[in-house]
Design a binder for this molecule. Structure first.
Ligand code: SF4
Ligand code: SF4
Length: 180
């Protein structure tokens, strides 16, 4: 598995398959760590082998993934940055010449090298236009993590969730998973 230059990907659309939440460990920022442990307690996090704070995985799955494979944090605006930008990798470059023909992406007057992780099941789905919109969105999310996410994720939402509703629903779901 590796990162592919975005122009070689052709098209992309998140299928909400949930595979990425089963394959990878999510490293949290200090802010995300503090926020999530305040809301849900220490049991939703763990340290990786390098001592980085991560979302806990239980039986190989992120504790916040629902049984349908959806992210329970997304409808609440609490999805970690690492998850928001997945499966894209964006690196700003000072000069256009630093990027290759296949990975160069210009947005907002700035130049970037952009890649898509080859393991994502969404590659080859959707359209070129959607891929371009998703990349623009990821660039803007990296500048402002609170920016709404429309193109760079599945447009499938868990219905009827509020923070209060989630904390009680999650308390049950999490305790069931974490005790298992
Ligand atoms: S980002 Fe890719 S792997 Fe993750 S849910 Fe969407 S399609 Fe599936
Ligand atoms: S926080 Fe959400 S998007 Fe991130 S790994 Fe967990 S379930 Fe997936």
């Amino acid at each position: 598995m590796s990162y592919l230059p975005w122009r070689r990907v052709g098209s992309w659309h998140c299928l909400a398959c949930g595979e990425c939440c089963r394959k990878f460990t999510v490293i949290l920022t200090t802010y995300e760590y503090a926020l999530l442990t305040n809301l849900f307690g220490q049991r939703v996090v763990e340290l990786n082998s390098r001592g980085d704070p991560c979302l806990r995985r239980v039986q190989g799955v992120c504790v916040f993934q629902s049984s349908e494979g959806l992210c329970r944090l997304q409808p609440l605006g609490l999805k970690p940055l690492a998850c928001k930008v997945w499966p894209f990798k964006v690196v700003e470059v000072k000069n256009i010449g630093e990027a290759g023909e296949a990975d160069l992406f210009i947005h907002g007057g700035r130049a970037y090298r952009v890649y898509v992780h080859s393991s994502c099941n969404g590659i080859g789905h959707g359209s070129r236009e959607e891929l371009v919109e998703a990349i623009k969105e990821v660039i803007e999310i990296k500048r402002n993590p609170h920016r709404p996410q429309l193109y760079s994720t599945a447009r499938v939402k868990e219905r009827g969730l509020s923070l209060r509703g989630l904390t009680s629903t999650m308390a049950y779901a999490l305790s069931a998973r974490l005790v298992a």
